[in-house]
Design a protein around this ligand. Structure first.
Ligand SMILES: Nc1ncnc2c1ncn2[C@@H]1O[C@H](COP(=O)(O)OP(=O)(O)OP(=O)(O)O)[C@@H](O)[C@H]1O
Ligand SMILES: [Mg+2]
Length: 354
């Protein structure tokens, strides 16, 4: 087992000493927070594996930055797919690296004192028991003495400053990299949920396909993501950027100019699918819940909620007020942090141990 927290003899204190770490295992980005310190890491959930030496050599930003540029023997992998762990060993290596970067600095004062290291993590509401177990096992393998799993929609609601125990229903939509999860929360639980796996990363692929078919150019994944972030908006502002890819015709580099309206067009179907699951969620909900949702409005979080004007677009499609959280991509982990201010919240909300 990776001995993150040290194994030498420790002095027990007369009072209960604990160190709490909050984790959001996102498909695209891992977010880690520490009690009283805030968010200490937000890095791509990417690794580079050297197939010759059979070890992971690149982690986080450095792995994501070289997607599409590596020699044959270095494979870039993502251990989280659609918000669940798909490669256990890779995930342990990634988290170990992230802890060395962002957590070890806080551990010095705990080296001699007996401490209860607690991990609090989220899982999508749709996660299976086996997938939940995988999250628990990764964290126990890291050396945590206790692991608490919280439904992601509940953490998101807390991150949106909602009192999650109140019986006023809220509809919150997490627009992430690998999963769009729309959920109605109330009274500390999830009332209903709908999700779709076509999220931010799928949009990068749709942009690649569109540019390939319309302009005859092959673009890399990172370029497509930059195009999405720089051009996509629902504010009708027409931005133009020049990008370079590989020409299908000649195999040589070729530059083209891309417009915001083209990127929006390439993603129309994906956004319609997202709107549809929200409509379905409202349709299957009891009338009292729907009434409250129409009063309160819908809350958007997750990285895609950063798209300028997205809340106005959703509001016009759904005919309900829509707002987004202050820091959309970090709402989940910020929600865990805020719940953890009173640890009783975590014990009340945590899912049964696997
Ligand atoms: N300004 C922006 N415009 C468009 N897309 C954006 C913007 N900012 C971030 N994104 C996208 O948001 C996605 C990442 O969001 P986030 O960090 O919430 O995902 P995640 O938590 O890793 O994934 P998931 O929760 O689905 O497992 C990426 O696809 C990224 O390209
Ligand atoms: Mg997420």
């Amino acid at each position: 087992m990776f001995d993150l927290f040290g194994s030498f003899k420790k002095i027990p204190l007369p009072f209960f000493n604990s160190f709490d770490i909050y984790l959001d295992f996102g498909t695209t980005n891992t977010k880690i927070a520490v009690k009283d310190k805030g968010v200490v890491l937000n890095e791509p959930s990417f690794l580079g594996f050297n197939t010759k030496t059979r070890e992971y050599i690149f982690f986080g930003h450095e792995a994501k930055n070289i997607v599409g540029k590596t020699p044959e023997f270095i494979k870039i992998t993502q251990p989280i797919v659609n918000s669940v762990i798909s490669d256990f060993d890779a995930e342990v290596s990634l988290i170990k690296n992230f802890f060395e970067k962002a957590i070890n600095v806080y551990l010095k004062k705990y080296q001699l004192v007996k401490t209860n290291f607690r991990a609090i993590s989220t899982v999508p509401y749709s996660t299976t028991e086996i997938e939940k177990k995988a999250v628990e096992e990764v964290l126990f393998k890291m050396g945590f003495s206790d692991v608490f799993l919280i439904d992601k929609p509940i953490a998101n609601a807390a991150g949106a400053n909602i009192n999650v125990f109140s019986h006023h229903p809220n509809l919150i939509v997490d627009l992430g990299g690998g999963l769009v999860e729309a959920a109605i929360t109330s009274g500390g639980g999830v009332v209903n949920e709908k999700n779709i796996k076509s999220a931010g990363e799928n949009m990068n692929h749709l942009i690649a396909n569109y540019v390939y078919l319309k302009h005859g150019i092959i673009l890399g994944e990172n370029t497509c993501e930059l195009i999405k972030i720089n051009l996509l908006n629902f504010t009708n502002s027409e931005k133009i950027i020049t990008v370079r890819g590989k020409s299908l015709e000649t195999g040589l580099p070729k530059s083209i100019r891309l417009k915001s309206s083209e990127i929006k067009e390439s993603l129309t179907v994906n956004f319609s699918q997202i709107i549809d699951i929200i409509k379905e969620l409202i349709e299957i909900s009891p009338p009292e819940v729907v009434d409250d949702i129409y009063d309160q409005g819908i809350i958007l979080c997750g990285g895609l909620a950063n798209i300028p004007g997205i809340e106005k677009y959703f509001a016009s499609e759904l005919k309900i007020d829509v707002i987004k959280t202050k820091s959309p991509a970090e709402t989940t982990v910020v929600g865990l942090l805020s719940l953890g201010k009173n640890f009783e919240n975590i014990t009340r909300l945590s899912l049964p141990k696997m």
